[in-house]
Write a protein that binds this ligand. Structure first.
Ligand SMILES: [Zn+2]
Length: 409
């Protein structure tokens, strides 16, 4: 087994002294954990909070799934790795481009680097949309719960994923999809003992159930014994989230949405400007493509400061920034962000045109993410640390650095 340190994307990582499991719990506000612990539902989480290391960390803005998962596995922000949402707009071709494939990534992953150096690496994701990004150039196991029935050794490094997890193929809109990830992860640790494993869940439950609610507590109570089993197998456990989650509805249960495209059509003429919602993906049922972050592409010659001022005056808007300001503040790639970034307040979401959002699939009052109000996430370890020098502000994408370089032996 090689034992050298690795340098990836300008950061240095020590070789793991025992297997490392990095868990990204999708949409995990810290409160979900503390409330479930307070309810007595999560004895292992309680132990991590007490005996391990626990921080509040900042995730990447936009607080969406793909930019954060890719930041966590590369150790760098979207300005470096390029993935700042699910879509960007290509001005030259006039096309909205979906960037959920590895070819859109501008940096390699720490996972692939360890695998190339001889480590056994495994990745299990809930939704298949993340598999391509997380599996970039990875020589190892990489599959999704969503398509666990379609695994081949050639493409996924494993061919019996349903048998491995001992569970039937879960529905893509279910808590079972996340449980499958943990069941498979525990069995991988028991049977193959990977040196480095990345487990990423889905926020199906968090989109419906607030912290402390019965469904939320049940979800964390489901996770708890799987983590305890990984801990019993002497793995280091490092857990964080891609983003938090907040209520985005009024007292009547209807979404608090600002339909930006409708305003811009009124101000500039129909379809002169284009609103891109980077939360949009093939799985919109649980959020109706409504999140708290949008980017706007203006037509040539448009009055940028004037339009920014009008957007900032809309009730419910928290922040309006130019491309340069937003990319500097949030470490985003300039060429994949529009002329203006709009961020909504804690309980508000942004839409394109009202007519373009199908909200018929929302069977619970909207909870969503994307803004600054969903930036704080937990960063938990099952081992203590004596300190992390030079880190006044922890980020979720520091997780591999802390886990490999800063935990006590
Ligand atoms: Zn997410």
């Amino acid at each position: 087994m090689p034992r050298q340190n690795l340098s990836v994307n300008g950061r240095s990582y020590s070789w793991m002294d025992r297997p490392l499991v990095v868990v990204c719990v999708d949409g995990c506000e810290f409160d979900y954990i503390t409330r479930a612990v307070a309810a007595g539902a999560c004895p292992f989480f309680a132990r991590m909070l007490r005996d391990g290391a626990a921080f509040e960390a900042d995730s990447v803005v936009p607080t969406f799934t793909n930019p954060n998962n890719v930041s966590i596995v590369t150790g760098v922000p979207p300005a470096v790795h390029g993935i700042c949402g699910n879509y960007f707009y290509d001005r030259e071709t006039g096309a909205e481009v979906m960037m959920n494939e590895a070819r859109f990534m501008r940096a390699g992953t720490v996972l692939a680097a360890f695998a190339a150096a001889g480590a056994k690496v495994a990745v299990v994701t809930a939704k298949d949309k993340l598999r391509g990004l997380l599996g970039k150039d990875l020589a190892g196991i990489c599959f999704s719960a969503e398509k666990a029935d379609q695994c081949t050794v050639a493409a996924h490094g494993i061919d019996n994923a349903l048998e491995l997890a001992g569970k039937p193929l879960p529905s893509v809109y279910s808590a079972d999809l996340s449980e499958f990830v943990f069941a498979a992860g525990v069995e991988l640790m028991r049977t193959r003992r990977p040196d480095l494993m990345y487990l990423s869940t889905t926020d199906y439950v968090q989109h419906k159930a607030p912290p402390g609610s019965p469904d939320a507590d049940a979800f964390y109570a489901m996770i708890d014994p799987y983590l305890a089993r990984l801990d019993a197998m002497e793995a280091t456990i490092a857990l964080t989230a891609d983003h938090g989650m907040n209520d985005k509805h009024g007292a009547d249960g209807r979404p608090n949405a600002i339909y930006l495209q409708d305003y811009l059509d009124e101000w500039l003429g129909a379809s002169a400007a284009r609103v891109i919602l980077p939360i949009t993906d093939p799985y919109v049922v649980h959020h109706g493509a409504l999140g708290s972050f949008a980017t706007v592409y203006l037509p040539p010659g448009a009055d940028l400061p004037g339009i920014m001022k009008r957007l900032a005056a809309l009730p419910g808007v928290e922040r309006v920034a130019s491309n340069a300001e937003a990319c500097a503040s949030f470490e985003l790639p300039n060429d994949r962000v529009g002329d203006i970034v709009v961020i909504a307040q804690r309980h508000v979401v942004l839409g394109t045109s009202r007519a373009r959002h199908d909200l018929s699939g929302l069977d619970a009052p909207l909870r969503s993410h994307g803004g600054l109000s969903e930036q704080a996430v937990p960063l938990l370890f099952n081992r203590p640390t004596s300190g992390i020098p030079g880190k006044p502000r922890m980020r979720n994408f520091d997780i591999l650095d802390v886990a490999l370089n800063h935990l006590d032996a």
